[in-house]
Design a protein around this ligand. Structure first.
Ligand code: XMP
Length: 516
């Protein structure tokens, strides 16, 4: 259930499992219109809350046994509907039309030609506009009352509407950036045809969320774990605006943060007026990690130590009723699959009986309805330092999964120094914002070097900088040689114990971003 009681016009996106469904929601949100994704077989009961419906694409075929059948009662012919790719094929195939396998490959760019002018659906879009195709079936015959409105060179029935309904169907994907007028097309459908107001803005979100938190939480106490990352910070500032000192933030130093991060971020949090307690538990984490080499065991040890520390701290607070979390919309969507229904959302290996006490609290998740880019916009509206909002992602287990092999205090110190030189170098050279994530790995490898007249036998570090949009796929960044040269020199000259630096040029897949 979403946290907010929305006063805005809403768009319902029915998901048939396409890799692009999230993109549809994001494009709609970029138009300052609120949208929600629901699996095609779990249509919300309060349909009156939604002013338009979009049917997504799908990896399935309408011709196969695994064709997905939504129940469009109360939707089709009642509300404006935009059917994309599978959606368009579905409407055709099961309403008197015909869908067949394509003779030619229909992936990539194509150009629209309109059948006749003056379709409001295509307002402000010119014939020849580039669209993106990704389908292996094609619509051979339109459904009953279907009116063809656009074709491409290879796809005759590229767009149609249904006479007597506000139903539009398109074979291409308006949500991908390569469909150059995709956003205009969505605006034509949602604003001109469906009459939706474009009033979903960061300001309105802040205002409504603060009111909703006040109403929901009242004078209860709330505890929240800050990580130094964007999501938990924005969640904390929103809650602080709503309930002030009744929000108790806990910021744990697990000893695996970046150099000076604990002190500087804690200072920043205090500067923002948050009621925050810094807990330095570095020793406890290092003890828990002693001698562990396996990456998954390290993650588990770090996760368990965090739960223990957080539970201890939460117990020191009296009468806390709520646990706040920085969960964002992609986390919510990813836990619900289009075809399999809701999947398990608890990743923890704890069974319910064994859950720590703080996990039994009621949950408040103020960012549950928004995407990462919206979190940043909301953060900016709240006046959070742009540097904090623009930070690279950093994994929860921190440097613990960037030190290959066992972890010691000395290795952590060494890697913190290396990492600081690399990250500060990126910032000083204006490269930081070109990179999605960067960091250094301390390898369990000693190699021979020579410093002055002395033979050395010291550690090797690998630098990694990647471009990505969501961390799911990534490519290494082509950093300038001069930059790499300077950083490598600085590291070897300044960090005792390191005599070799390498740069990781692997993409994901097949490599991952972290080495462990
Ligand atoms: P990989 O290494 O899987 O990383 O390509 C993708 C993104 O996830 C982050 N990552 C983690 N984050 N706990 C986290 O909170 C983890 O155990 C973890 N492992 C990887 C990684 O930093 C990158 O942003």
């Amino acid at each position: 259930m979403l946290f907010l009681r929305m006063q805005h016009d809403k768009v319902l996106i029915l998901d048939f499992g396409s890799q692009y469904t999230q993109l549809i929601a994001r494009r709609v949100r970029e138009l300052n219109i609120y949208s929600e994704i629901h699996p095609f077989n779990k249509i919300p009961t309060h349909l009156e809350d939604y002013k338009a419906v979009i049917l997504s694409g799908s990896p399935n075929s309408v011709r196969g046994e695994d064709a997905l059948h939504p129940d469009l009662k109360g939707i089709r012919g009642v509300k404006p509907v935009l059917a994309v790719c599978y959606g368009a094929q579905y409407l055709a195939h099961f309403s008197g039309g015909e869908v067949a396998p394509s003779n030619t490959r229909e992936y990539g760019r194509a150009n629209l030609s309109f059948i006749k002018g003056n379709e409001p659906f295509f307002a402000h879009i010119h014939t020849g506009s580039q669209v993106w195709m990704s389908h292996s079936d094609t619509i051979k015959k339109l459904p009953e009352h279907g009116v063809l409105i656009a074709s491409t060179h290879d796809v005759e029935n590229a767009a149609y509407r249904i006479n007597g309904e506000e139903t539009y169907a398109i074979q291409f994907h308006p949500e991908v950036y390569h469909s150059t007028d995709g956003k205009q097309l969505l605006e034509n459908f949602l604003v001109s045809i469906a009459g939706i107001h474009q009033d979903w803005t960061p300001d309105s979100f802040v205002e409504e969320t603060v009111e909703a938190i006040k109403e929901k939480v009242g004078t209860d106490k709330v505890v929240l774990g800050l990580s130094g990352g964007v999501d938990s910070t924005v969640a904390a500032v929103l809650l602080n605006k709503a309930i002030g000192r009744n929000l108790y933030c806990i910021f744990v130093n697990n000893g695996l943060l970046r150099k000076n991060e604990f002190e500087s971020v804690l200072n920043q949090y205090e500067g923002m007026g948050l009621n925050v307690k810094g807990v330095d538990a570095s020793g406890r984490f290092l003890d828990a990690l002693a001698g562990i080499e396996d990456p998954e065991k390290k993650r588990k040890a770090i996760g368990n130590a965090f739960i223990e520390v957080f539970d201890d701290e939460a117990h020191k607070l009296e009468d806390v009723k709520w646990l706040a979390q920085g969960t964002i919309y992609p986390d919510v969507i990813e836990s619900v699959s289009a075809t399999g229904g809701p999947s398990a959302t608890i990743k923890s290996h704890h069974n319910v009986g064994g859950l720590p006490d703080f996990m039994k609290l009621k949950i408040v998740e103020p960012l549950r309805a928004i995407f990462k880019d919206e979190v940043r916009r909301v953060g900016a509206t709240l006046g959070i330092d742009p540097e904090l909002l623009g930070r690279h992602p950093f994994p929860g287990p921190g440097l613990g999964i960037r030190i290959l092999g066992d972890i010691t205090a000395e290795k952590v110190r060494m890697l913190q120094e290396v990492d600081a030189i690399f990250i500060n170098g990126l910032k000083e050279s204006g490269l930081y914002d070109r990179v999605w994530q960067a960091g250094a790995m301390l390898l369990p490898v000693n190699s021979v070097g020579v410093m002055g007249d002395e033979r050395t036998y010291e550690k090797c570090v690998a630098l990694r900088a990647v471009e990505s949009t969501d961390g799911m796929t990534a490519d290494w960044v082509n950093l300038p040689y001069e930059f790499l040269q300077k950083v490598s020199n600085d590291i070897i000259n300044k960090v005792k114990g390191v005599n070799r630096v390498v740069y990781d040029i692997s993409s994901k897949p097949p490599a991952t971003i972290e080495w462990e």
